[in-house]
Design a protein around this ligand. Structure first.
Ligand code: ADP
Ligand code: MG
Ligand code: ZN
Length: 560
């Protein structure tokens, strides 16, 4: 109906030429009167999907948003664009709240932002009931799902509120969390017909993903920051203690750095956040408490100091990089020890066994991300349900030029060893048997008598255990749940044992070294030939390889 006007408003109020992917469709559904779910990556432009309809609908749009500290910013931005908006949260006095409600009742605002905690007050609900509210926008709607990564009990009140409002408003749920379960929860809770779910491509074409393994993390970060010293970035760490330590360390080495975690008091948290938002500091070191809803467009890198707890929070946090569309990097610094830390945190965080199993499964998917040798962006998109993910050509896996080698026989060794051991053990024990360890446990179980004992003794237990991680990430091996997960052969693995399935793997670092040397050698040969041609002599006469090395070093061109 009023859709043409939506575009005019986009241009005149917000100053943008055209809608982004998904915005037009979401706005259209809302204006047609449908409850709508709007699922777009962080930075995708969800806010406009309710702000523009609010301008076209009679009355005041209610926006429920979990972040009090950001409401004021958002409202200020709207006001500056000439859109009357206001907020109600705990930073206001009772009188101010009453005054704003009166102003809303008089129709002075197009948007009213409230924190979900407000909905706990029956008196507040009663007051809202009287207002002409055509649209309720539930921002960060994944908070409604107990299976989401950020459940807020007060979000459960939203439904109650909506059912009480006098004029049956249109409801909109907005989130960057795209997992099917959370999506379903949102649709069920907010009475959204699946048909009116707008989900845009989750690919962020300006982000390059990387996983860095086997490096000293602190020195990696220090070097990285030095190399990118003009750029703003966030470093996420798993615990408050890690944040404090890393922050102190970076400060000592002269980095202009802020910190943020839930253990700090509200004032200093806000202060540190503002310094970062206003470009007064370069780097923010934080726990995942930092960042939901923040709108800083020029973040050029998001590093994860440790393994994140799941793909949902990882993609949300990494997605804070590059909101302005410019190339940005998202790097996980990974070490297998992190798995234990995260597993511990999960076990501490909930005693609900179903939730625990689910969280552990999610953690496993995150670990698989760090071990996959396929495209990282494709892995992410696949995880969020996009079936046709192509290779991005930018991530650390796409850009390395290692060749694939056939590791079917090695895989058969691992799997048949697991079966002989009764599929009751974890990866370290399996690696020890395969490498022929005399470890007491190996001998006590009699595994040194197995036919597969020591069949991979040409490798270290660490290399074999790494290889097992790879087989897990490629789903040849299944991981059981619990604190000491046992490994079993997956259906795909049975195919390998039967000889119907092949296993390929990118060659490992050691092999890469040799290939590089080969390349250098070939290059030297061609330089030798060129120089000899110029000298008019046969190439094998004049130069030894050592002289060639020296000559190459003096050449103005660098070796390719
Ligand atoms: P989200 O809530 O999905 O994380 P926001 O609504 O905060 O994202 O928008 C992210 C950024 O994109 C903001 O700076 C916003 O002004 C900008 N933006 C939104 N829509 C458009 C558009 N159609 N054209 C250009 N920029 C846009
Ligand atoms: Mg948002
Ligand atoms: Zn890729």
């Amino acid at each position: 109906m009023q859709f043409e006007q939506a575009l005019t408003h986009l241009q005149s109020y917000f100053g943008y030429d055209s809608f982004r992917k998904g915005q037009e469709e979401s706005i259209r559904y809302v204006l047609e009167g449908h409850n709508t779910a709007c699922i777009m990556p962080t930075g995708g432009g969800k806010s406009l999907c309710y702000q523009i309809p609010s301008l076209l609908l009679e009355g005041t749009t209610l926006v429920i948003s979990p972040l009090i500290s950001l409401m004021k910013d958002q409202v200020d931005t709207l006001n500056a664009a000439g859109i009357p908006a206001t907020y109600i949260n705990s930073s206001l006095t009772h009188t101010e709240v009453q005054q704003r409600l009166e102003e809303v009742a008089l129709g002075e605002y197009k948007l009213l932002y409230v924190a979900p905690e407000r909905l706990e007050s029956p008196q507040f609900l009663e007051q809202l009931q009287m207002l002409p509210i055509p649209l309720v926008a539930v921002d960060e709607a994944h908070c409604i799902s107990q299976w989401g990564h950020d459940f807020r009990p007060s979000y459960l009140r939203i439904n109650e509120l909506i059912s009480k409002l006098s004029n049956a408003p249109i409801v909109m749920g907005l989130t960057a969390t795209a997992t099917p379960q959370v999506r379903e929860d949102i649709c069920r809770a907010l009475h959204i017909n699946e048909e009116y779910t707008v989900m845009t491509g989750f690919e962020r074409e300006n982000l390059s993903f990387a996983v860095v393994k086997g490096q000293d993390r602190i020195s990696y970060i220090e070097q990285y920051i030095r190399k990118n010293d003009q750029e703003a970035g966030i470093i996420y760490a798993a615990t408050r203690k890690d944040v404090e330590e890393l922050h102190a360390r970076l400060q000592k080495s002269g980095v202009n750095v802020s910190k943020y975690h839930a253990g700090m008091n509200g004032n200093s948290r806000d202060e540190e956040q503002n310094r970062f938002l206003q470009d007064d500091v370069q780097v923010m070191v934080a726990t995942s408490a930092f960042g939901m809803g923040i709108d800083k467009s020029n973040i050029r890198f998001v590093l994860h100091y440790q393994l994140p707890k799941n793909m949902e929070s990882y993609y949300q946090e990494a997605g804070r990089a590059g909101r302005d569309g410019l190339p940005s990097e998202c790097i996980v610094l990974y070490s297998p020890q992190d798995i234990r830390v995260q597993r511990f945190l999960i076990e501490q965080s909930t005693s609900n066994p179903k939730k625990q199993i689910q969280d552990l499964e999610k953690l496993q998917n995150m670990v698989n991300y760090c071990h996959t040798e396929g495209c990282l962006q494709a892995y992410i998109l696949h995880y969020f349900g996009e079936s046709e993910a192509h290779e991005c050509g930018r991530c650390s896996n796409c850009t390395d030029d290692r060749v694939e080698i056939d590791v079917t026989v090695d895989t058969q060794k691992v799997l048949s060893c697991m079966i002989r051991m009764g599929e009751r053990f974890g990866k370290m024990m399996i690696a020890q048997v395969l490498t022929g360890s005399r470890n007491k446990k190996v001998v006590d179980f009699g595994f040194d008598k197995l036919k597969t004992y020591g069949v991979m003794s040409d490798r270290s237990a660490k290399e074999v255990s790494d290889f097992i991680e790879y087989l897990i990430s490629e789903q040849f091996i299944l991981v059981g749940q619990g604190s000491f997960p046992t490994l079993s052969v997956a259906a795909k693995g049975k195919g390998v044992l039967l000889g119907t399935e092949k296993v390929m793997r990118k060659e490992q670092m050691e092999v890469k070294q040799i290939v590089q040397d080969d390349e250098l050698f070939a290059h030297l040969r061609s330089v030798r030939k060129q120089l000899a041609d110029e000298a008019g002599v046969p190439p094998f006469v004049i130069f030894s390889d050592d002289t060639l090395h020296d000559m190459c070093a003096k050449l103005p061109v660098t070796l390719e």
